[in-house]
Ligand binder design. Structure first.
Ligand SMILES: [Zn+2]
Length: 161
């Protein structure tokens, strides 16, 4: 099983973001280092959910199934934001190692849509928010069959651990 190593502070940032945007989905980028099977999270970069601006792009994936395509059920990170984050990460000798987003009033389990747009090697942290409170957080990554498998989250209280 892949492992994602992070600090408890990172979880607080992600959970706070998820609670703030409820009942819409929040999203953001995970910057860090890859060391074999272990990903080390260094920085969390909250981004805007730009689903509304990019919904048309995803129509190709979803066909006409646009019934639930709102920010309550979907997230998207703008390509310009992604490019800037990639550059910033490189400048700091880091990589984008994953993406986090929230599931308002749904479990922290990837949706079929999440799977369809997921990239190999990324960690996908999902926060479940029930009635405005972050109650669960899980990390997932794709296997060779493009199916999500749970990742182990190793939480340290400081980077010295
Ligand atoms: Zn999702």
């Amino acid at each position: 099983m892949a492992t994602l190593k992070l600090l408890s502070y990172h979880l607080q940032v992600i959970q706070a973001h998820a609670e703030r945007t409820y009942p819409e989905e929040c999203c953001g980028l995970l910057l860090g280092e890859l060391r074999g099977d272990i990903k080390i999270l260094v920085d969390v970069l909250p981004t805007e959910n730009s689903w509304d601006a990019q919904a048309a792009t995803f129509q190709a994936i979803e066909g006409s199934a646009q019934l639930e395509s709102s920010k309550r059920r979907r997230f998207s990170i703008a390509p310009t934001v992604m490019l800037k984050a990639q550059k910033d990460a490189r400048d700091r000798n880091l990589n984008i190692i994953g993406i986090y987003h929230s599931h308002p009033d749904h479990p922290a389990i990837p949706s079929e849509f999440d799977r369809a747009i997921a990239w190999q090697q990324y960690s996908y942290i999902i926060v479940s928010v029930q009635e405005g409170k972050a109650i669960d957080l899980k990390s997932w990554s794709l296997d060779d069959e493009h199916q999500f498998q749970p990742e182990e989250i190793f939480t340290a209280s400081s980077s010295a651990d």
